[in-house]
Design a protein around this ligand. Sequence first.
Ligand SMILES: NC(=O)c1ccc[n+]([C@@H]2O[C@H](COP(=O)([O-])OP(=O)(O)OC[C@H]3O[C@@H](n4cnc5c(N)ncnc54)[C@H](OP(=O)(O)O)[C@@H]3O)[C@@H](O)[C@H]2O)c1
Length: 303
Amino acid sequence: MPVATDDQLLVKIHATTVNRTDCGYRAAKPFILRFFTGLIRPKRTVLGTEFAGEVEAVGSNVTSFKVGDRVFGYIEGRFGAHAEYLTVPEDASVAIMPANVTFDEAAASTEGSHYALANIQAAKIRSGQDVLVNGATGAIGSAAVQLLKSLGAHVTAVCSTEYLPLVERLGADRVIDYRTADFTADEQTYDVVFDAAGKSSFGRCKRLLKPNGIYLSTDLGPFPQNPILALITPLFRGKKVLFPIPRHDQQMVARIKGLLESKAFKPLIDRRYPLDEIVDAYRYVETGQKIGNVVICLTGRTE
Ligand SMILES: NC(=O)c1ccc[n+]([C@@H]2O[C@H](COP(=O)([O-])OP(=O)(O)OC[C@H]3O[C@@H](n4cnc5c(N)ncnc54)[C@H](OP(=O)(O)O)[C@@H]3O)[C@@H](O)[C@H]2O)c1
């Protein structure tokens, strides 16, 4: 049982997730991650970045949370949410849960959405702009479609045949089935192409962009060129690549809380597993085929 220090909360976890960030760290992919997470073996042996639960104890200096508060948050770097109890610094990315969401939903609401938010903010996307989202069924893509719609953007979403109705329900104005059509051959042009599945390249998407259009991707790219293009292309006029590093702090969680409360965003939940089946959850997430988020329920509810 971890013990909260003077500036920490002890949280009894009700729900957590297995996400692509956990999988990236677990498998040390891309390789460069090893320089941060442990060259030979992982520094952190309990993963888990997203959590929702109840405050069980607080340190003597803690003033903004009390025992019994329902809290949620994101702890990339620290990890440790794949456990019954977690200690979190009071000033970490943690907030009181909105009253209108369940523990499962709160747990699934931070990872994908903060990547989506970081990209949307970096590209300064505004009402009326045309945006294409590839990978609209993923954790990041499904959050991006909802957040873009709440901003008033006109969204074209790319996903596979069976999920076309789901993505329309998330708010997409137009859908492209990637099983039957190549979205990079689309006739329409866009202010922003956001590849939330990281399956394309700037080169392939350039013709889709309006003259000052922006290409965003959640992956480094095949070579891996996206971070380099993000340094070079903004130096010139015209089409460019942005590759923002997402920030996670208390402000970010407060922003997500507001989006949940206003119903601008509701995380998509695919499967739920109990903690003792977490290996199966990892195997599933690593297929790259999950729809939205995979939740680990620690309070016995897997339906
Ligand atoms: N390294 C890191 O720390 C890190 C962290 C977060 C995200 N990322 C990267 O960001 C990307 C998205 O993350 P995520 O969590 O949103 O992923 P995810 O939830 O695992 O996304 C999977 C979704 O992508 C769709 N998809 C797969 N291939 C596709 C294709 N060719 N075209 C369109 N959609 C496709 C799948 O739909 P179907 O089943 O219909 O194919 C599935 O719904 C991933 O590539 C991930 O590696 C990396």
